[in-house]
Design a protein around this ligand. Structure first.
Ligand code: ADP
Length: 634
């Protein structure tokens, strides 16, 4: 029986197949969507992290550099302002005034030179000297100073332009010098100038030192010509900040303020510095340093120079890289979280869907089971009905078989009853005659003979009646004495045994007492009658006719054997013995059902009917029966 009709299983498989396809499609598309989303979020997070970190890092760096810039500017200003007073102080000295009034007086110049020397030492300046209006040296704090100061032209230019100071490079060692100039006038005519020369080398050395030690920002001091006049990086000194051409460099060289300097351009875009407080600018390559630095500028108007710091943003960028990774990780985490939440939601939905599908399938199954159970119940009923019908048919067949045997026996039996009847008639007539003659003793003897004859008739009719009655329903077994059944069979077949001169030998082993078997006596007799009849049929042409019935207890069963002295059967016939309608008898004499019915009856008793050739060539039919519980030897 098919529990799931094909239509239902197809529906189920379609439903599951459909959802499987959808699931597969989802697996192919959705996760990659989330993978892209995660990637995009990681990218966005990385970029954002990098940008924000860089912006804040650069702002911090700029703030720090700005503070430092203030500090450097203050240091420079204070360093140079320390000697501001000196030229004007010297200018009001009477001896100096007198010397400027009479520059030919060598004695006076020598005295003034000595005075300048003392002042120079006291003030801690590098050199103090006095020139005439054309810049020619009149007196100097150092005796070795040449008569015409190398900076004469600068002094002259400063006097002409009214400048109070200027920077210039030292022609010998290239160090930066600062010149303070105080013109001395009389009646608005310039007599000369007091010049105090200061060295910025020590200050610059501290910057170089600081820059080398701390890898901090680079510091540049740019003059009005855009030339780096001081730098914490020695390689950049006396280079032009922006880009410059050959002519510009030549013009600067002609000024004489940067003797011996190469005046190479640094190519730092000046505009970017002016546009914002801090800007990233490219710088000439230096070993172990970034090629882009954060530049900040602060003018020192009083000195006519600009201070520029160039800070290394490597740390900022490193931080920005870490922040980028961090941002990417956060972005990826958000993406993965979204993926997790989405898959969890989907998984939950699938679980709910699966549950619903399961419930539906369960309900369908229950419905189907109910339907099938009802069908089964009705089939069962039908089967029971058929079985009952079959049992009834079988019972009827058994009875029909029995009646058929009876029919065959009827001629013999009627003959068997006819004989005593004839005897009875003769005896009763004879008795009447004896009674007329008053021979009472003979009458009594006759009546006794009549009684014997009727007794014999009643035995036959009782046996017939018993045999003919319908047996109990199959399976209704009770203790049946085997010898009694044999006796009944002998009575039923008596006439035939006698007529055909068949010797019936009983070998009932009753050493353990009367043999009782669990069987319905009526049916047991039917089996025996069948076997005896078959044996007699087979022995008809034999010279010697003998049937031996043996019964004994063996292996907890009662074995019964019916052996004849007939011709037996060949193997082929034996193989078909228990087939319905197999008979070798002429039409009208045999139906081929006797052994089938006998075998069925023995089977009902729990035994088996078998056939084989006996030792002397006849057939031996044997069957086993269950000993009855009443049997004390069981
Ligand atoms: P039926 O007696 O109506 O033919 P049975 O089923 O009783 O049907 O017997 C089937 C056949 O088996 C018989 O026709 C006979 O040929 C054979 N047979 C049965 N008993 C014997 C026997 N004792 N000896 C030889 N043949 C037998």
């Amino acid at each position: 029986m098919q529990w799931f009709p094909s239509t239902h299983s197809e529906q189920v498989s379609q439903a599951y197949g459909g959802s499987l396809k959808r699931r597969l499609a989802w697996r192919l598309t959705r996760p990659s969507l989330y993978a892209y989303l995660t990637l995009a979020l990681a990218l966005l997070g990385g970029v954002l992290g990098q940008r924000l970190s860089e912006a804040s890092g650069l702002a911090q760096l700029a703030a720090l550099a700005s503070e430092r810039l203030e500090l450097y500017a203050a240091t420079l200003e204070s360093e140079l302002a320390r000697h501001n007073y000196l030229p004007s102080l010297i200018a009001i000295d009477e001896q100096v005034q007198a010397m400027l009034g009479a520059p030919q007086d060598l004695t006076l110049r020598a005295e003034v030179a000595r005075k300048l020397s003392r002042i120079n030492v006291r003030a801690g300046a590098m050199l103090t000297f006095i020139t005439d209006a054309r810049g020619q040296m009149l007196a100097s704090s150092h005796l070795s100073t040449p008569r015409s100061a190398p900076e004469a032209a600068q002094v002259q230019r400063a006097l002409d332009s009214g400048a109070e100071h200027f920077f210039a490079a030292d022609a010998v060692d290239g160090s930066t010098r600062f010149f303070l100039i105080q013109p001395v006038r009389r009646a608005s005519q310039v007599l000369g100038a007091i010049v105090v020369q200061l060295s910025l080398a020590p200050l610059e050395a501290t910057w170089v030192d600081l820059g080398l030690r701390s890898q901090s920002e680079k510091l540049l001091v740019i003059d009005a010509n855009d030339v780096v006049i001081m730098s914490s990086v020695p390689e950049w000194k006396y280079r032009i900040l922006g880009s410059s051409d050959q002519a510009q460099a030549e013009a600067l060289r002609r000024l004489g303020r940067y003797p011996g300097a190469s005046l190479q351009p640094m190519n730092i875009p000046h505009d970017s510095l002016q546009q914002s407080d801090a800007a990233l600018v490219p710088v000439p390559a230096l070993p172990g340093q970034a090629t882009q630095l954060l530049a900040q500028e602060r003018p020192v108007a009083q000195l006519g120079v600009r201070l520029v710091t160039l800070s290394d943003p490597s740390e900022v960028w490193r931080g920005a890289r870490y922040a980028a990774w961090g941002g990417a990780a956060v972005g990826a985490s958000i993406g993965l979280l979204a993926l997790y939440l989405a898959s969890r939601r989907r998984a939950l939905r699938q679980v709910f869907q699966a549950q619903a599908a399961l419930q539906k399938a369960h309900a369908q199954l229950e419905h189907l089971v109910d339907e099938r159970t009802a069908e089964l119940r009705s089939t069962n009923q039908e089967l029971k009905h058929q079985i009952a019908q079959r049992l009834q048919a079988e019972d009827e067949l058994v009875q029909a078989g029995k009646l058929a045997v009876l029919g065959q026996m009827s001629a013999g039996i009627s003959h068997e009853i006819n004989q005593p009847l004839t005897a009875l008639r003769a005896l009763s007539r004879n008795t009447l005659l004896l009674l007329e003659k008053q021979r009472l003793q003979s009458v009594a003897d006759n009546l006794k003979a009549i009684d014997d004859v009727t007794e014999r008739m009643s035995v036959i009719t009782r046996a017939l009646k018993n045999f003919a009655r319908k047996a109990e329903a199959a399976g209704q077994v009770q203790a049946a004495p085997l010898r009694e059944s044999l006796q009944n069979v002998r009575v039923l077949l008596e006439h035939r045994l006698r007529a055909e001169q068949v010797e019936l030998i009983e070998e009932i082993d009753e050493r353990g007492g009367e043999l009782l078997v669990n069987a319905d006596a009526n049916r047991l007799e039917q089996v025996l009658v069948n076997l005896f009849t078959n044996a007699m049929d087979a022995m008809q042409d034999q010279l010697q006719r003998r049937i031996t019935v043996a019964a004994e207890r063996r292996d907890g069963r009662v074995q019964v054997r019916v052996i004849d002295s007939g011709p037996g059967m060949d193997e082929r016939q034996q193989a078909r013995l228990f087939e319905p309608f197999f008979t070798t008898k002429p039409a009208g004499q045999g139906l081929g059902l006797g052994l089938v019915i006998s075998s069925k009856i023995v089977h009902e008793f729990g035994g088996t009917l078998r056939a084989h050739r006996s030792l002397d060539g006849g057939m031996c039919f044997e069957f086993d029966l269950e000993p009855a519980a009443k049997d004390p030897h069981v």
